[in-house]
Design a protein around this ligand. Structure first.
Ligand code: FEO
Ligand code: CA
Ligand code: CA
Ligand code: CA
Length: 748
């Protein structure tokens, strides 16, 4: 029985806990104040009809979520929470009845010509890793390919790639290019002897760098099964050492001029020259992503600060411009414990002080041209980018919505100066180089403002940004360059709203009569808001140490000690992406219906997830968020993932599907032990879904890599005689492919 193992079922079987219809409506209405469109949960409907919740469990547990405006309904039943069995949850991925998940690609799999199979003990070299799928995959997108011009019956199952074109004609759902971010590495798993087992060497640095970045694979379906075409010309790795172009208003600025190195397998050798600030090497901490309307992939650089270090004392926050920037972006000598800087001076901030300024950008990649260089688009600002969701409005104006994922950071949008050229795609290729970056300010009356980060914008101190010492320059072009390089400090100066860790953004498709520009953002959690500690804000002068402020609760971030997170959304005024005002509401506060934690004045920890039976789709720490092409909203979570502590009733990380009109949710997938579920995309026909599972078995050490997980081997490696024999190995971040057994659209 669905949800039978969920503790809340015990509670909901007690009629005395049954909410009145008024309770439910007021609770739902409070949670999603303004955009409520008349939908109420099945639980509420059952209550109104006089059913006990005992009856409800038997009668409506399988009820589909009905369709609504621009939303096609949800046809599957929630998978039960994967709860802890001792100190771990099941080391398996689960999907609803009627669906099948298969392993598509895992860290270490060969993805391009010359690639070698995963060895199993992770003893491959950096050169081998450079041709294998990177570690710890995150955001991803499926770019369709159409049949080649020589007639293969609409299926790209020939043995070469020639003749394929961008999928803007007959969209293909049988073959495509999957672009996948590889966010970070776990050095204890990446090497047979762990990070420092037999010593730390440049060889380890190079392999770690090679496992970062982006993996581009050709995916194709043959005889019903999806696989990677291993020798495809589209197969490509972009790593921490791939040459990149830096473009846009900050390109070439003095802060972007770094020491020049020759990057060799044996080390990075300084040439003694400076770069010109128009080019550099690599992309790291590629968290979530975006795409563009012109068919390119955007990889977003998040916790780049963690990859840097210093062998000597860094300048303090008040010592210099560099010291102030390090402080505001969280760059410290020890980084996150990577040791790249000990063998590669490019990553040593004392040896090469401006190198961190090459990271924290949105990077554009053309997946259809394997020879193209990634381009860092500085016009979109420098912060810890999570994702970049585009919207094209009815006037063909284009905006990208973005979050800066750190405690008490901001939500931004970039509006391209020029409209989309719908007739000539080539005319759009540099649309990301000109436009205006805005930062969001949410007001308690459920309206908000987009504040432009431009030289003339007046800060909260009454001073124009061009006169703010953080951004002064020879002319406004230089001022703008500095505003973009120090976007966080510009947000501070104009008094942007400090948010509970903005993760993914997602735009609701304008289909089926829904015509608003409506954008959602996951606010995953915040443990530095509203405590007994004296409240503080990000200082307007940009002097705050990253993540150190403790703001009070506000309307947009209403919970202190926000363990479970929430999802906020906004609608642009006039249905235009160029609007400078918007209205907003909170779509859902996540939580644990059955929690016994003591409520705080602003926080009951229970949340207001609309699900049937109550508690059956509970989740927390929403992170991944994506609207599919049919109007379903998918939400993925990132919490501890082993069902311990605050997650005892919620269990493993999961992916839920939501009705954007009513907030009704179903749990679609639960992940293996100590993983994060992140990354989701579909073929254009909606019949194949790709989902990312990141860091299964997180925290294990090299001595026993499988201490917490041996996924995916444990679930998907089956001998042909049906007897499972696990190969030696280690947990591997992977992408799975999910299909509906009846061939239908995922979620239907
Ligand atoms: Fe990489 Fe904010 O998640
Ligand atoms: Ca609920
Ligand atoms: Ca994330
Ligand atoms: Ca997260």
């Amino acid at each position: 029985m669905k949800g039978a193992s969920h503790p809340t079922n015990d509670v909901s079987l007690n009629p005395s806990s049954n909410e009145s219809i008024q309770d439910v409506i007021s609770r739902v209405a409070m949670g999603r104040r303004q955009f409520l469109q008349g939908g109420i949960s099945a639980a509420a409907l059952a209550s109104a009809g006089g059913l006990t919740l005992g009856g409800l469990l038997r009668t409506v547990e399988a009820a589909p979520v009905g369709p609504g405006l621009g939303f096609p309904g949800i046809g599957f039943e929630s998978v039960p929470a994967s709860l802890t069995l001792g100190s771990a949850v099941a080391d398996a991925l689960r999907v609803p009845n009627g669906y099948t998940a298969q392993l598509f690609v895992a860290w270490g799999d060969p993805i391009m010509p010359g690639g070698t199979p995963f060895i199993g003990d992770a003893s491959e070299s950096s050169l081998q890793q450079e041709k294998q799928f990177g570690e710890h995959n995150d955001g991803m997108h499926f770019f369709p390919l159409r049949a080649d011009d020589r007639g293969h019956g609409g299926y790209d199952d020939d043995d070469d790639d020639r003749g394929e074109r961008r999928g803007d004609g007959r969209l293909m759902s049988q073959a495509g290019i999957l672009c996948v971010n590889n966010e970070y590495t776990h050095e204890e798993i990446l090497f047979p002897d762990g990070q420092v087992g037999a010593g730390y060497t440049i060889a380890k640095t190079r392999k770690s760098q090679a496992a970062h970045g982006v993996s581009i694979v050709k995916a194709r379906r043959r005889r019903g099964t999806w696989s990677v075409k291993r020798n495809s010309r589209y197969g490509r790795r972009i790593t921490a050492n791939t040459p990149v172009i830096i473009s846009g208003p900050a390109a070439g600025h003095a802060l972007m001029q770094t020491n020049e190195y020759m990057i060799l397998d044996t080390g990075s050798i300084a040439t003694g020259n400076k770069t010109d600030g128009y080019g550099g090497y690599g992309t790291v901490n590629n968290c979530a992503h975006g795409i563009t309307p012109w068919g390119t992939f955007l990889t977003c650089e998040e916790n780049f600060n963690g990859n840097f270090g210093a062998m000597e004392l860094l300048p303090g926050a008040t010592a210099s411009e560099a010291g102030k920037m390090y402080n505001r972006y969280g760059l410290v000598a020890a980084g996150f414990g990577y040791r790249w800087h000990t063998t590669d001076p490019r990553w040593d901030m004392v040896a090469n002080p401006n190198e961190p300024n090459h990271f924290g950008w949105v990077v554009e990649i053309d997946p259809y041209d394997p020879r193209s260089k990634p381009v860092k688009r500085t016009a979109l600002g420098r912060f810890k980018h999570e994702s970049a969701q585009y919207v094209v409005d009815r006037d063909n104006r284009v905006a990208f919505y973005m979050g800066d994922d750190e405690r008490n950071e901001y939500i931004y949008k970039f509006v391209c100066k020029r409209p989309l050229n719908t007739k000539n795609n080539n005319a759009n290729r540099n649309l990301l180089d000109e436009g205006t970056l805005y930062v969001a300010k949410f007001s308690s009356d459920l309206t908000g403002k987009w504040i432009p980060l431009l030289p003339a914008t007046i800060g909260v101190d009454g001073v124009a940004l061009r006169d703010n010492p953080n951004f002064t320059g020879a002319d406004d072009a230089e001022v703008l360059a500095k505003i973009l390089i120090k976007a966080r400090m510009a947000g501070d100066a104009v008094g942007a709203t400090m948010m509970d860790r903005p993760e993914w953004t997602g735009a609701r498709p304008r289909i089926g009569g829904f015509s608003e520009v409506e954008v959602y953002c996951t606010l995953t959690n915040n443990n530095r808001r509203g405590s007994s500690v004296t409240p503080s804000s990000n200082a307007a002068d940009g002097s705050t140490t990253a993540g150190s402020a403790r703001p009070s609760v506000d309307a947009a971030n209403p919970r202190e000690d926000n363990i479970y997170g929430h999802i906020i959304r906004w609608r642009e005024a006039g249905k235009s992406v160029t609007a400078t005002t918007f209205t907003w509401d909170i779509f859902v506060q996540a939580g644990d219906t059955a929690t016994t934690k003591t409520a705080k004045p602003t926080n009951d920890y229970k949340g207001n997830i609309v699900d049937t039976p109550d508690g059956s789709a509970d989740f927390g720490a929403p992170d991944g968020l994506w609207f599919d092409y049919f109007g379903r909203l998918w939400v993925q979570t990132d919490q501890v993932g082993n069902g311990s502590g605050d997650w005892v009733n919620i269990g493993a990380n999961c992916m839920a599907c939501a009705d954007p009109n009513t907030g009704e949710m179903r749990r679609f997938l639960t992940g293996p032990n100590k993983c994060e579920v992140t990354g989701v995309t579909m073929t254009p026909d909606g019949r194949t879904m790709f989902v990312g599972i990141q860091h299964p078995g997180e925290d294990s050490l090299a001595a026993i890599p499988t201490a917490f997980s041996n996924w995916p081997q444990g679930q998907f490696y089956v001998e042909s005689d049906g007897v499972t024999t696990l190969p030696p190995g280690r947990p591997r971040s992977s992408v799975v492919v999910i299909t509906k057994d009846d061939g239908g659209i995922i979620g239907s």
